[in-house]
Design a protein around this ligand. Structure first.
Ligand SMILES: Cc1ncc(COP(=O)(O)O)c(C=O)c1O
Ligand SMILES: N[C@@H](CCCC[NH3+])C(=O)O
Length: 430
């Protein structure tokens, strides 16, 4: 199996960022998410360098939904990233991490008045998804005596090669305003007293492993930009949305490189912007490709059972990593304490949740697995912890950050008290 450079094998143990996973599991307990800081920095710089080769005004806005740990946000803030935030909670995290308000975009198709108020109060631009949102934010900005800079999210009606649940730019998707109606939306915004349209936003979907759909998206956006420019919109940013997919199968083809992405989208943008004589910032909002490969989920084998199949019952399930259950997605698994042993059988790795679908990995070739072994689930950094729940009365696990042989907690595991913390007993039950 091909391993990225931050994952190595020493004395049969899987290492991450120079730290022994077996030692990490012993020190911090399992289940445990472990993230390599250097890898995140490399991914960020990969995008920035590749895109800056074509155009000077590039900004990478990390999609906070992929992994909203404050330490990860801080790493990216240090690198100069902004963020795509999709809730007041994510906005709060991004500001707390040190990201500048002008480097954030508040996205969402169903934002509340409180969301809009917070964005206005903090000086954060907002991507609008309907004319109702426009009317609402104009009113709220007026009440606050402020002017708010906005974009609209355009729906490009593009079918993209990914799981249907995460394709977001289909004509039938709930997101965005159809390209054919976008000029009306901007005309309405130009007529507002407390709103200035300064950008445009689009996002076609996640886990896309080809660059052509992104080039098509850029094409649609540039056609819209040209039309809106002629209507009088003064663009400060063009936001191309999320980034590349990730090659979860380490024996399969690689994902496109950051250079391939930049090579596909940037010439489409620069040729039109150059012709129009305008130079807005170009933004992207990658989530998965920034953090996915930085992180392992370590989980202990509670028992092995030979039944219809050989089941490896581990202590992490879809409460901590829902992607396999939700999207039938594939993650590599390794026996971290015997990482260089040859496969000896076929195993299905199952979690502790009371649901048949709680399977992390189906029918994998692994060394002879025993109770007490440590399983590492690879590429768990994106939409892993951020989609975790307390289902079945299980607190979410801890998260450790590693950097060149150092390891420290960046989130502790939840306790039974945490599970009870928000509960209130109505008076008649006390
Ligand atoms: C609006 C928006 N921007 C950015 C992203 C990040 O996408 P990805 O993780 O595929 O880079 C998403 C998630 O799909 C999104 O909904
Ligand atoms: N949660 C999805 C990605 C959704 C991205 C948000 N629009 C996944 O794990 O693949």
């Amino acid at each position: 199996m091909n391993l990225p450079s931050h994952l190595t094998i020493e004395n049969s143990h899987l290492m991450i960022g120079g730290c022994d996973t077996v030692q990490l599991a012993f020190t911090h307990g399992t289940p445990l998410y472990v993230t390599d800081e250097i890898r995140i920095r490399e991914n960020f710089r990969g995008y920035l360098t590749a895109m800056s080769g074509y155009y000077p005004k590039i900004r990478v806005l990390y999609a906070a939904k992929a992994n909203g740990n404050l330490s990860i946000m801080k790493i990216l803030a240090q690198e100069g990233a902004g963020a795509d935030v999709f809730s007041s909670g994510e906005l709060h995290l991004a500001l707390l991490s040190g990201m500048k308000p002008e480097h954030l975009l508040f996205n969402g198709s169903s934002k509340t008045e409180a969301d809009h108020r917070l964005a206005i109060e903090k000086g954060v631009r907002v991507s609008l998804d309907s004319l109702d949102e426009l009317a609402q934010i104009d009113r709220i900005a007026g009440e606050a005596g402020k002017i708010v800079e906005v974009s609209f999210r355009v729906n490009p009606a593009l079918d993209v090669p990914t799981h249907p649940k995460i394709a977001t730019g289909l004509a039938t998707s709930k997101f965005g305003i159809p390209a054919a109606e976008i000029t009306d939306a901007y005309a309405a915004a130009l007529a507002c007293k407390h709103v200035i349209p300064v950008g445009i936003h689009c996002h076609i979907g996640s886990q896309i492993l080809e660059v052509e759909p992104f080039a098509k998206e850029a094409q649609v956006m540039m056609e819209v930009v040209e039309e809106l420019h002629r209507m009088g919109v003064k663009f400060k940013f063009v936001d191309l949305g999320g980034g590349l997919g990730v090659a979860y199968d380490h024996n399969g083809p690689d994902a496109p490189t950051f250079s391939a992405y930049a090579g596909a989208v940037m010439p489409v943008c620069t040729s039109v912007l150059g012709r129009l004589g305008i130079s807005p910032e170009i933004w992207i909002e990658p989530g998965r490709s920034m953090v996915c490969d930085s992180t392992l989920l370590l989980t202990k084998v509670n028992s092995v059972k030979k039944a219809h199949k050989s089941f490896v019952n581990v202590d992490a399930g879809f409460n901590l990593l829902i992607r396999p259950a939700m999207y039938d997605s594939y993650h590599e698994v390794l026996i971290a304490n015997r990482a260089d042993e040859k496969p000896a059988g076929t195993y299905t790795v199952t979690g502790p949740i009371c649901e048949t679908g709680d399977i992390l990995a189906h029918d994998r070739q692994l060394p002879a697995v025993m109770a007490g072994d440590l399983v590492a689930v690879l590429d768990a950094g994106a939409y892993g912890y951020s989609m975790a729940s307390q289902y079945n009365g299980r607190g979410r696990c801890g998260e450790v950050l590693v950097k060149q042989g150092k390891a420290e907690l960046m989130r502790r595991a939840e306790t039974l008290d945490d599970l009870m913390a928000a509960l209130i007993t109505p008076s008649w039950l006390q």
